[in-house]
Design a protein around this ligand. Structure first.
Ligand code: SF4
Length: 290
């Protein structure tokens, strides 16, 4: 059991809809997206509860960045992603795809036919789910850490992890991920995935340290792309493990606070219970300057 039951979970208001028993028996699985969410300046704890404890998902709406990213992966390797469903590719009245999707399909073809061979990448496996049990003195019990790698590949005989990204504009300095200046980015995902792979005995019985690459392609009119390699260092073991422990402790703290709602336009937009939540915020906050 992950949580202590020394407080009344039935007082969670309209939650939990799967019942007290389920919540207590549902272990927290730490993932890179959970760690990123917990690291945000503000977030809605109830959304995290719904997404990461109850496992509810928000289907990517057509036209959104999330949906374009899902379609890009499908164009690359027919990946059906986490949900295991082929994404619906939108078409216009004449039957052709909207221009952003057309560009992503062309980008996927360019990636497969030109970029990967040019750099000597050979695909090994796609859509690799990794889960590891993590124990340490600072945790009351073992916890599970998971990740889904887009691709394992060999480059010049060396194993590497590849993550595919689609973006509107690589040069957008206001975007959450500043792909043009990767040294300023948060690389939680890259290091966590390398850490998971190093520990995985099924794919990596010798504890081999992989390289990690982001392949970032635009759907905007420039159709630009960038490839970023993130290097592992020995100090990353401790950093990754520290962030897992801190993330776990934050989840316990939120549980004790009963997962309060903290609505904001961007949190609510992708929340799995946005259609039933009475606190949903549908307009953006007014920005105040002095
Ligand atoms: S709709 Fe908004 S306020 Fe309600 S749980 Fe989701 S993110 Fe939180």
């Amino acid at each position: 059991m992950i949580f202590s039951n020394n407080f009344d979970l039935t007082s969670l208001g309209q939650l939990p809809d799967r019942g007290l028993q389920d919540l207590e028996n549902t272990p927290i699985q730490i993932s890179q997206s959970l760690l990123k969410d917990l690291g945000k300046e503000t977030f809605c704890p109830r959304r995290l509860y719904e997404s990461y404890i109850l496992g509810k998902r928000t289907d990517a709406e057509e036209g959104t960045a999330l949906h374009k990213g899902v379609c890009f992966e499908y164009f690359i390797n027919e990946s059906t992603g986490v949900g295991g469903k082929k994404p619906h590719i939108p078409t216009k009245k004449g039957g052709e795809m909207p221009v952003d999707y057309q560009r992503l399909k062309q980008q996927a073809h360019f990636l497969n036919s030109t970029v990967l061979p040019y750099y000597n990448f050979e695909t090994y496996l796609d859509d690799v789910e990794l889960t590891t049990e993590f124990k340490c003195d600072e945790l009351p019990h073992p916890i599970f850490v998971r990740g889904r790698l887009d691709r394992l590949a060999f480059r010049d005989g060396k194993l590497c992890v590849i993550d595919f990204k689609a973006t509107a504009d690589i040069d957008n300095e206001y975007a959450l991920q500043a792909w043009r200046s990767p040294s300023t980015m948060d690389h939680t995902q890259a290091y966590l995935y390398m850490w998971l792979f190093i520990r995985n005995k099924d794919y990596n019985s010798h504890g081999y340290i992989p390289d990690f690459y982001y392949f970032v392609f635009e759907w905007g009119p420039k159709s630009d792309y960038t490839i970023i390699q993130v290097k592992w260092e020995q100090s990353k073991f401790r950093e990754v493990e520290r962030s897992i422990i801190d993330g776990y402790n934050k989840m316990i703290d939120l549980h004790q606070k009963k997962w309060p709602k903290d609505p904001s336009y961007y949190e609510c937009k992708d929340c799995p219970i946005k259609n039933v939540c009475d606190s949903r915020k549908i307009v953006k906050d007014i920005k105040i300057v002095q």
